[in-house]
Design a protein around this ligand. Structure first.
Ligand code: NAD
Length: 261
């Protein structure tokens, strides 16, 4: 239980990769703040399970990552009720797949706000609290799309490349304060976010579901296997260990070899 006494906020943790980060942190004794949208009863079930696993508090905060004032209020609430945050994970994200000329402006704005700007506001709110403790771990879920592009994902690729640049900049700003700042860049992970883009891709390319999975998604991934949420979260957990204190400003790929090609 190496995270006993520490507090983590994970944005976008009501499902997928984010929920798995929260589970692994709680299993190591951390207090956690989970965040994101979804069915209230299902969220409460997950919150209670996290508390049972950690033996520490777990809170749910509904802050909308498009709203800077709600992000700041979530960090302040965490500090007031649980202490910390010692660990923040910028994970909330959405996707939309369309050619730039067909891309709705409201979807573009939402992707930039949720996938990129929210990480900046999270860091702005949390870093003074981490500097005061001379310890902190900042992890962002970027993507293979922080390193390479795919067609029809202009907003997402732009946001994820931005997140990689933000990671490097803030790593330099915090390097002497015991704070590390890194991003994890998964390839395709089987989560609701990936499942949801299959119908649009089927329509855009005139393909069956099987064809989209094998010829579009896994086409880029040399292992021909989806990455799993536990493989991604295990790396985040390692970044919280003392042995990882010299890993900062890094963009760590978990992509089955995708970006090696
Ligand atoms: P997911 O859809 O399962 O989870 C996304 C989470 O973000 C949910 O909890 C959702 O409620 C939350 N969210 C969405 N809009 C929000 C908002 N405005 N405010 C607060 N929370 C909001 O998706 P996932 O696949 O687990 O994705 C998590 C992260 O991993 C994203 O940043 C995504 O870009 C990244 N990622 C995913 C994959 C993949 O293949 N699944 C690959 C690389 C990177």
């Amino acid at each position: 239980m190496f995270l006993k006494g520490k507090t983590a906020i994970v944005t976008g943790s009501t499902s997928g990769i984010g929920l798995e980060y929260a589970k692994l942190f709680a299993a190591e004794g951390a207090s956690v703040v989970i965040n994101g949208f979804g069915d209230a009863a299902a969220i409460e079930t997950e919150r209670a399970k996290l508390e049972a696993a950690s033996g520490a508090k777990a809170l749910y905060d509904a802050a909308d990552m498009t709203k800077p004032e709600e992000i700041a209020a979530m960090v302040a609430r965490c500090h007031a009720e649980l202490g910390g945050p010692d660990i923040i994970v910028n994970n909330a994200g959405i996707q939309h797949v369309a050619k730039i000329e067909d891309f709705p402006a409201d979807k573009f704005e939402a992707i930039i706000k949720i996938n990129l700007n929210s990480a900046w506001y999270m860091m702005q709110a949390a870093i003074p609290l981490m500097k005061a403790k001379k310890w902190g771990r900042i992890i962002s879920t970027a993507s293979a799309h922080s390193l390479v592009a795919s067609p029809n994902k202009s907003a997402y690729v732009m946001a994820k490349h931005g997140l990689a640049g933000l990671t490097k900049t803030i790593a330099l700003e915090t390097a002497t304060y015991g704070i590390t700042v890194n991003c994890i860049s998964p390839g395709y992970v089987w989560t609701p976010l990936v499942e949801a883009q299959i119908p649009d891709t089927m329509k855009a390319r005139g393909m069956t579901k099987e064809q989209v999975m094998n010829d579009v998604l896994l086409e880029a991934q040399p292992t021909k296997e989806f990455v799993t949420v536990d493989q991604v979260a295990a790396l985040a957990l390692f970044l919280c260990r003392e042995e990882a204190k010299s890993i900062t400003g890094a963009n760590l790929s978990v992509d089955g070899g995708w970006t090696a090609a």
